[in-house]
Design a protein. Sequence first.
Length: 216
Amino acid sequence: MCKAFIFDLDGVITDTAELHYQAWLKMSNEEGYYFDREINEQLRGVSRRASLNIILAGQAISDDKADELMTRKNGYYLQLLETLSPSDVLPGMHNLLLELNARGIKVALASASKNARPILHKLGLMPLFDAIGDGWSVARSKPAPDVFIHAAGQVGINVHDCIVVEDAEAGIEAAKAAGMQVVGIGPMQRIGAAHWCFADTCELNLAQILGERNAA
Ligand code: B16
Ligand code: MG
């Protein structure tokens, strides 16, 4: 029985992938690293350090240099986040969160991002969440199941009673490893491993997921 919904952030609640792209691109251009939108797709749902490693493509740098590059990129990203507002919530998601709250189903976040809390504040969604799991909550990031298990623990719900909403392959793998059912958002080649698949957030159908009669 579904007692909690656990949401990924980037690509599910809001589309910050473009802002990550702009910030990584600026840093990469300054450093002479090759970076394009195709590589950016590989960064979906993975941690900041794992993202940098993908951009470096095997090039070795010191830990101090890696820290400096990630700090610089995050500075650019934070500048871009300043323009974020409630109008940047992806279609249908605000209503879905309201509906879950009204039904008494717990709502939690499980994001790889260390910026998840300020992002939820800017989107005006913080009051609709019962718990937040983010890039600060656990040591091992997706595809490890840790952030989902952490979020379930925060709302006090058994992992088998949690449904996750994810847009990334790494996130779907992590949620399944946590023993949870997963709703995938995006193209089938990316989210085909999910239990329910929707091309877009506006197509997500709660009644269908909950197995209710008369689901459209
Ligand atoms: P930050 P999610 C992920 O968010 C992004 O998809 C990924 O591109 C990013 O590298 C990661 O957060 C870390 O973000 O640099 O803000 O800590 O999809 O897990 O909500
Ligand atoms: Mg995501």
